[in-house]
Ligand binder design. Structure first.
Ligand SMILES: [Zn+2]
Ligand SMILES: [Zn+2]
Length: 508
């Protein structure tokens, strides 16, 4: 009997083990209609901060009854002009006992037509100015007020709670209201993360045109950060296109001093970010968005083929330059959802803000904390503090610190990031800003831990543009060299023979 029991117990424990590894993560279902799809995508991005849940969007009226009932968390997003949910959805929502969050404007639940445009919001003992946030008053309260807003001193609920049900009024997709909602999601989902202040710094727009004074300033930044033990990242694009009209490509491999400096930076705590390939579409490098046509505010024709060509070329050049990008950052953050999905063929991590539509680059989302799994399946290392602008350096530093203080006051686990162009003034402003960020309890982290090597290794790629410096490899000349060499040898043999014949003639 004993002999039978032991294998049975082992079998049972294997079953349990399999069960625990195969068990799907709890689902957070974000239901939307045509008017709230973008809001839903932005919310799924935020829910990606919580590894415990698997969040996804689903159209409200075509979602199965059982799915609504059985999902661990359901978010229902509607606008004032949304048609009311169908009877099946309504019944499922009424029957649900699990966590249910209503967000937006729910006319079917009694939102009134009159709008209040709020200018302040209170959260965690602080009052913040907000820019015209619209909420619709409800005739009766939903539950207890968790966060209140106000218009000229008159309070109105922003977030309410009634047991397992929550109501978020208005559409908080941007700035302070969005960050507050992002922080409250910890309470809504019942997931407490440790209080932790993380910081990231990007040295921005480093490219093959860096030489002389600019290169020295970049070196000064790297050496200062290294001496202070501040891990940093370098957003690099490996091709510089000089002008409109007849573009010529200056490659990173044309610039050995830059390559050597960046290779050294990688050993000094620097993480290279692939910041596109040429940082332009039609324009000069640095000015243009590479993966979105900002002139027409539309996608680039045949965007997928274009995207893969650029990615492969860029990755090949990084490889040739002996550099190891660990994540990606879209030039000017402009990359539609369609290409964010394609990006996961190359990198699992993206830096900066994200476009949340395929329609316009004007709708993009800043994140207050790290996102482990975005709507498109990427880890997002956000940026929300801005940068130090040329000719407005001191003002920029004030603005960065003001934004940092707002972020710190709202978030329990903020991930703060700013970026800096080393050509502005070398390490000068970093020396001013970095200690002030650290004084606020932030720790700069090595962001390579959130990224990884490119998922594709590119050993060869065709040039996309005519090169600024033509560098045809010796191997290309090999047939010519062999041909010429052969001709010389043949010529020598011929003349020798002729000479010999002449000599022999005279001998006779
Ligand atoms: Zn958190
Ligand atoms: Zn850039």
């Amino acid at each position: 009997m004993k002999g039978v029991v032991v294998p049975f117990v082992v079998f049972l424990s294997i079953l349990t083990l399999c069960g625990s590894t195969l068990a799907a993560a709890p689902t957070a279902l974000v239901l939307h209609d045509g008017l709230t799809e973008t809001f839903a995508i932005s919310l799924v991005n935020l829910l990606g901060h919580f590894r415990e849940y698997e969040a996804r969007t689903s159209p409200l009226n075509s979602t199965e009854y059982n799915e609504i009932i059985s999902s661990e968390a359901v978010f229902v997003l509607m606008a004032y002009d949304s048609p009311p949910p169908g009877p099946q959805v309504r019944e499922a929502l009424e029957k649900r006992t699990g966590l249910t969050v209503f967000a937006g404007e729910h006319r079917w639940m009694g939102s009134s037509p009159s709008i209040m445009v709020c200018d302040r919001v209170s959260y965690r003992g602080n009052s913040f100015w907000i820019e015209g946030y619209a909420v619709r008053k409800k005739d009766n309260l939903f539950g207890e007020t968790v966060v209140a807003m106000s218009q000229s001193g008159q309070d109105v609920p922003f977030i309410e709670r009634n047991g397992n049900c929550w109501m978020i009024h208005g559409i908080p997709m941007f700035e302070v209201p969005a960050w507050i909602m992002a922080d409250v999601l910890h309470d809504i989902l019942g997931i407490s993360h440790a209080q932790k202040r993380t910081a990231m710094l990007r040295l921005e727009d480093i490219n093959p045109s860096y030489s002389g004074e600019r290169l020295k300033k970049l070196r000064d930044c790297i050496e200062y950060l290294y001496s202070e033990g501040v891990p940093f990242s370098l957003a690099v694009f490996p091709v510089f296109i000089n002008a409109r009209g007849e573009p010529r490509a200056l490659l990173i491999t044309d610039n050995p001093p830059l390559m050597e400096l960046l290779q050294r930076a990688e050993k000094m705590g620097g993480t290279v970010i692939m910041h596109g390939t040429s940082h332009q579409y039609h324009q000069v490098s640095g000015e243009g968005s590479e993966f979105w046509d900002v002139e027409t505010d539309g996608p680039i024709p045949d965007e997928k083929a274009y995207f893969h060509e650029r990615m492969r070329y860029g990755l090949w050049l990084f490889r040739e330059a002996g550099l190891h990008p660990k994540l990606f950052e879209a030039p000017h953050y402009n990359m539609p959802l369609s290409l964010q999905k394609e990006l996961s063929n190359y990198f699992g991590t993206i830096a900066g803000s994200l476009m949340i539509t395929d329609e316009s680059y004007t709708v993009s989302q800043d994140f207050p904390y790290i996102i482990h799994w975005s709507w498109a399946g990427l880890t997002v290392l956000p940026e929300q503090l801005g940068y130090i602008a040329t000719d407005a350096e001191s003002m920029s530093i004030v603005t960065i610190l003001e934004r940092l203080d707002i972020l710190t006051a709202i978030m329990r686990d903020p991930f703060a990031c700013f970026f800096y162009h080393p050509y502005v003034a070398g390490d000068l402003y970093l020396r001013e800003l970095i200690p002030q960020i650290r004084d606020r309890g932030y720790v700069f982290v090595d962001v390579s831990q959130y990224g990884g090597d490119p998922l594709v290794e590119v050993f060869e790629a065709d040039h996309i543009w005519p090169l600024a410096y033509s560098r045809v490899p010796l191997s290309r000349y090999l047939p010519l060299i062999i041909g010429l060499g052969g001709a010389v040898v043949l010529g020598m043999v011929y003349f020798r023979q002729k000479k010999k014949k002449k000599k022999e003639m005279f001998r006779e």
